[in-house]
Design a protein around this ligand. Sequence first.
Ligand code: PEP
Ligand code: MN
Length: 264
Amino acid sequence: KLTSREFHPENTIVDVDGVKIGDGSMTMMAGPCSIEGLDQIRECARIAKAGGATILRGGAFKPRTSPYAFQGLEEEGLKYIRQAADEFDMKVITEVMDEGHIDMIAEYSDILQIGARNMQNFKLLQAVGKTGKPIGLKRGISGTIDEWLNAAEYIAAQGNFNVIFIERGIRTYETATRNTLDLSAVPLIKKLSHFPIIVDPSHGVGIWDLVPSMARAGVAAGADGLIVEIHPDPVNAWSDGPQSLNEKTYMRMMQEVHIMEKAM
Ligand code: PEP
Ligand code: MN
């Protein structure tokens, strides 16, 4: 398998237009769950960058559980996140839900994110594979490690070796947290594959005050980076407010992460 460590013994470094993921340093991605407007995403970019993030996250096409919930600002949102990222010299990661949107989203975003709900949307995986762009591949809500590796294989089979695994928690019998963050996936994926893996503690637990601990745990587990949801005013966020960090908590978390990184 192209994704396997046997096929490719050295770590693959994914180069996102100069930001290298998997080179031994931690790559930090932060931003809101949803892009809500230009002012909001600019404020998120300012905070994200101040804490040391180099990649700005934010959804413009949102896979909401309810069809009546906010679905995203679509192309308008993509324009805003690109503008905000450029202003703060950051790269962009945003989700692609539909094959038909790939070309448009690729014009604005440096990394294409495949959401948990689409981990086994095989046509979508092949189509993003063909772009050759870096792909952030979230683990499926009930995805096994083997299914996740095979999802990456669909991308690699198109000649695209720019895959970034994103552990974002899986559904278990536990309901006290939104998902169960499977940190054993970090060393396991590193053993089985050459592609980098980052941790999303925000979707992993769904509760903001648990996020910093799990972010630190992700670093300790050997992750190549983190992707975290932040918001200038989490209580009024249009999506995922309960798991979003405010500026103060995010800055403290990033200080801790940087101390750990230096010590490792
Ligand atoms: C997100 O990143 O906002 C998101 C929808 O994540 P996931 O696909 O992991 O649920
Ligand atoms: Mn979210």
